[in-house]
Design a protein around this ligand. Structure first.
Ligand code: UDP
Length: 192
């Protein structure tokens, strides 16, 4: 269920459908990668083939921009609902807390992910947070070991775009995680 805008695939699933697919992916032990697509990323990718390939490599490209809704109407597509990165993060946390799945927060300045964790647990009291790690740790082996030892079902990566998306595709094979989402500055927002 994808539509294509200037070479970039965008998923036309609603939140509800996306959540159903994500839960299935976890239960079937599949790996999937969620990326938020906005008009800015679509434009940047026009001059950057690697970025275009990377965005199209994701399992679910969520429509994070009103421009995409407008384009979909014009092309008589089915994308009617904006799905922002931070809303998707919260929807995944809610799904995780209902289904007993766990999350890991990786990225942002030291202390920020801890505060985001605190605020997420306030909102979803039964949410299992397997771990947090700031985005300025440089030791890649330590990062991967920390995540693998925590065994989360869902990993949110907040390193800024497209660094976080490149990091996800470069490392997902080594990580024992099912769902990956690049979330940009979301931890900063959630920690406030
Ligand atoms: N960041 C990080 N490590 C780095 C560089 C950036 O963890 O080496 C974090 C930064 O602290 C911020 C996020 O990445 O929390 C980037 O946020 P921004 O709003 O710039 O990203 P965008 O949403 O524009 O992709």
């Amino acid at each position: 269920m994808k539509e294509n805008y200037l070479g970039i695939d965008v998923s036309s699933y609603s939140y509800k459908n996306l959540m159903t697919h994500v839960v299935e992916d976890i239960n079937e032990d599949k790996q999937s990668f969620i990326v938020a697509i906005n008009p800015e990323k679509i434009l940047t990718a026009q001059q950057d083939n690697n970025l275009m390939r990377l965005l199209n490599q994701a399992t679910y490209q969520i429509p994070d921009g009103v421009g995409i809704l407008i384009a979909s109407r014009i092309k008589k597509g089915n994308i009617r609902e904006r799905v922002t990165g931070i809303d998707m993060l919260e929807a995944l946390c809610e799904m995780a807390s209902v289904n007993g799945k766990s999350i890991f927060l990786y990225g942002a300045k030291p202390g920020v992910a801890d505060q985001a964790k605190f605020n997420l647990i306030k909102k979803f009291p039964s949410l299992k947070v397997a771990g947090v790690l700031d985005g300025y740790e440089k030791d890649q082996e330590l990062i991967k070991n920390t995540i693998n030892m925590a065994q989360p079902d869902i990993l949110f990566v907040a390193l800024g775009s497209p660094t976080q998306e490149y990091w996800i595709v470069d490392n997902m094979e080594d990580l024992n995680v099912n769902i990956f989402q690049g979330v940009g500055g979301s931890f900063d927002v959630l920690s406030g």
